[in-house]
Design a protein around this ligand. Structure first.
Ligand code: WQD
Length: 334
């Protein structure tokens, strides 16, 4: 299939591009490079053995994106382009709604104009807010508490309404838990601009000496060791989940949402120990105050995706850590 991959130069997007193309699909990447790098296109080509098509541009520009869809006879869209920092969204909600929600609207208008009827949307477990029960299933109440999560929920709800008006449309919202790790080649991985917000890229930078120590945000949560527990999923498992979703839409219409996690939670201290084991590097850390907005514990109920998409994560915590370290080690040598 000809698949339009918005945000395809990003962390998740580049791994989805590799899996898509490795399975014989043609990927057309649109990315405005606001939080990614053009060189990723070359790394994808190096891994797959052929280049994806790439356009630098904004997914919300109707005429531009409609022209790309028409020119490449796009069959399906995987929409990942969007701002994704929870903390930043609290400071800059307007920019998050403009970029994420209005960007999605431009894409959806273009899809309708060109009769594209298959969409996989990058959503987030953030829409659930503080879990009221665990594991979190897709029916969990949606008590979103920040503009990033709310932008994702607005898009999910828009898609639900559009599916009612267009019965031929098939949509899957994939609710990500905590993606970590990198492609085994070490050529692509998580490379945030500036100081990393997320745990794994920060740990990696401590391991290679870019940061002196890790601040562990809170050691007094009601968890086994007092530190936050999350459902970390290998980015390659996550990428394969997107292709499984695309395959599901080849025979199913309507609106669907699935959690994409492993169903297992690990604490910050467990992550530190696992990373030290895989990298052979010590990770100095200090327990500091809790981070505003953090929840104690979150992990996914993964039965729906296993049953409907015939997909589940298979890679281990060790794989997540060793692949993240391999990517960083290659970067450090570059
Ligand atoms: C994980 C754990 C922190 C950094 C966020 C978004 C979510 C998704 C993934 C987009 C927590 C602790 C972290 C640090 C720490 N992004 N931590 N020191 O907050 O679960 O989820 O990223 O979809 O939407 O909300 O991930 O990696 O920031 O934190 O102790 O320097 O690590 O308190 O317990 P989070 P995270």
């Amino acid at each position: 299939m000809n698949v339009l991959l918005t945000g395809g130069c990003g962390y998740i997007g580049s791994h989805v591009a590799v899996v898509l193309m490795s399975e014989g699909h043609d990927a057309v990447i649109v990315d405005n490079l606001s939080n990614s790098r053009r060189e990723v296109v070359d790394h994808i080509a190096q891994i797959v053995g052929r280049p994806p098509t790439f356009y630098q541009g904004d997914v919300g520009e109707f005429e531009f994106i409609r022209d790309v869809i028409r020119r490449h006879r796009i069959d399906s869209v995987i929409h990942l382009a969007g701002f994704k920092s929870v903390g930043e969204s609290v400071q800059r909600p307007l920019q998050y709604y403009q970029n994420n929600v209005c960007g999605a609207l431009g894409l959806l208008h273009a899809m309708e104009a060109e009769s594209v009827s298959s969409l996989v949307f990058s959503s987030s477990a953030t829409i659930y807010g503080d879990p009221q029960y665990l594991p979190v299933d897709e029916a969990h109440p949606q008590h979103v508490i920040n503009a990033y999560g709310r932008s994702k929920l607005h898009i999910e709800d828009m898609l639900r309404d559009i599916c009612i008006s267009r019965p031929s449309l098939g949509v899957i919202c994939l609710r990500y838990f905590n993606p970590v790790g990198a492609h085994p080649s070490g050529l692509i991985g998580d490379r945030p601009n500036g100081i990393p917000n997320n745990l794994m890229p920060y740990v990696v930078q401590v391991a290679c000496g870019e940061r002196d120590f890790l601040s562990v945000f809170g050691g007094d949560y009601r968890t086994p060791d007092g530190t936050g527990v999350r459902d970390y999923i290998h980015v390659m498992d996550l990428a394969e989940g997107h292709v499984a979703a695309l395959n599901y839409l080849s025979t199913n219409n309507g609106w669907h949402a699935f959690n994409v996690g492993t169903g297992r939670g690990y604490s910050v201290l467990e992550m530190i120990r696992a990373f030290e084991g895989e990298s052979g590097r010590a990770i100095p850390y200090k327990i500091t105050a809790r981070r505003e907005g953090d929840v104690a514990c979150s992990y996914a109920d993964i039965r729906a995706a296993a049953l409907e998409l015939n997909w589940k994560a298979t890679r281990s915590l060790e794989d997540m850590c060793s692949s993240a370290w391999r990517f960083q080690s290659r970067l450090s040598k570059a």
